[in-house]
Design a protein around this ligand. Structure first.
Ligand SMILES: Cc1ncc(COP(=O)(O)O)c(C=O)c1O
Length: 376
């Protein structure tokens, strides 16, 4: 465990051995020679970008991906030397920073290349990955002429190297979607267009976690693994057909800071929305919605204490919330909000289902105020 100092009784635990095991399981699943780009954007989906980056590289990932130039620079400043791709659009004026820190950028607009090229004069080459929009409808080129002109423009510019071409699936996590096949076909065609210009990008990628789990043999030479590196299935549908075990790395814990007996009719928390029906033991936890422990988690939600599931009592406040205890306990007792105690488990997937969202959101929303500690 890390011994980073913090002074509160709430923390998230990230088991890096799970991250490493998940990367190794993907290596075993994918076609021989397929490389892994570990997606550590959004502070490693809330797990911590740097420790996850180090663990994934240690387990065999060869490339990292982030959403923003800022995230890539932060990793460089913390000593990461592995190649990093920024998946979103970077301002072309900032291309010199990418050159200086050897960060690869995503490109899909000709005017971007013009501006970036002018800014880069005399600097080192920047590696570019051309993004094709095959059906996600977010960023990327769509038409033949546009794609060819852009590829050619990059090829002919000494400031750039067209290192990669990629696309992103919109529905790879749905078992019955026609769009995935259409996107594969459009991507094949787009690659032909790029190659017809004489360009020969060394990295071609389309696989996210879902596509990598479902079509491990069809994914060119590198895949971008995010959610499943953290041990989570890309969708409830895929959870029942996983070809490899996924180990959930994130758990969330706190401790009782106060315990009291209340009488029938006493109310708890804002709005007095909870009324004790009998003599009850109520425990207070030092975590609230400002930590990303959202108010809706109290609606039919549970925490684990001494291996038992216990309900929340009343509304979650900004920094604290209350649970109903089965009997008297001491302040200091461990309470698990995500993770396992004995035979009971509260999974990230359970919380996502409870509040009607996807598992991706749950750890991302646990704010920086909650210290992360790392199990090596
Ligand atoms: C472009 C791109 N590639 C890869 C990923 C990783 O996807 P997943 O977390 O589903 O593996 C994402 C995630 O949002 C993405 O936006």
């Amino acid at each position: 465990m890390d011994t980073r100092e913090f002074y509160r009784d709430t923390w998230a635990e990230v088991d890096l051995s799970c991250i490493r095991d998940n990367i190794r399981s993907f290596s075993g699943l994918l076609a021989d020679g397929t490389e892994i780009m570990a997606v550590v954007k959004a502070d490693g989906y809330g797990h911590g970008a740097l420790p996850v980056a180090l663990a994934s590289l240690d387990a065999g990932a060869s490339y990292l991906a982030v959403a923003l130039l800022d995230e890539a620079l932060s990793l460089r400043q913390q000593g990461i030397e592995a190649p990093i791709l920024v998946l979103g659009r970077t301002r072309p004026e900032d291309a010199p920073l990418a050159a200086e820190y050897h960060i690869s950028l995503t490109v899909f607009q000709e005017d971007w290349v013009e501006v970036a090229s002018a800014r880069l004069q005399g600097q080192e080459k920047v590696n570019l990955h051309l993004k094709i929009d095959t059906g996600m409808g977010r960023i990327g080129t769509r038409e033949e002429e546009e794609t060819k002109r852009l590829a050619l423009r990059i090829e002919n510019d000494p400031q750039f190297c067209l290192e990669g071409v990629f696309t992103h699936f919109a529905t790879a996590d749905e078992l019955e979607s026609d769009l995935v096949d259409k996107q594969f076909q459009r991507f094949d065609k787009s690659l032909e267009w790029v190659r017809q210009t004489g360009a020969s990008p060394s990295l071609v990628h389309c696989g996210n976690s879902a596509a990598s789990l479902r079509f491990p043999e069809r994914l060119f030479n590198i895949v971008r693994i995010g959610i499943s590196m953290y041990g989570l299935a890309p969708s409830p549908e895929l959870k029942s057909v996983l070809p490899i075990p996924l180990k959930e790395a994130f758990s969330l814990h706190t401790r009782l800071v106060h315990v009291k007996k209340v009488q029938p009719g006493d109310t708890i928390s804002y709005g007095a929305a909870y009324t004790a029906k009998e003599e009850e033991w109520i425990g207070t936890l030092p975590i609230g919605y400002a930590d990303g422990w959202m108010r809706r988690y109290a609606e039919n939600g549970h925490a684990l204490v001494r291996g038992e599931r216990v309900p929340f009592a009343g509304r979650i406040c900004m920094d604290q919330c209350m649970i109903r205890l089965p009997y008297e306990m001491e302040a200091g007792e461990l309470v698990t909000l995500i993770g396992r105690q004995g035979d009971e488990k509260i999974a990230i997937d359970d919380l996502a289902a409870q509040i009607g969202t996807i598992n991706y959101e749950i750890p991302c929303l646990i704010t920086g105020r909650v210290p992360r500690i790392y199990k090596k």
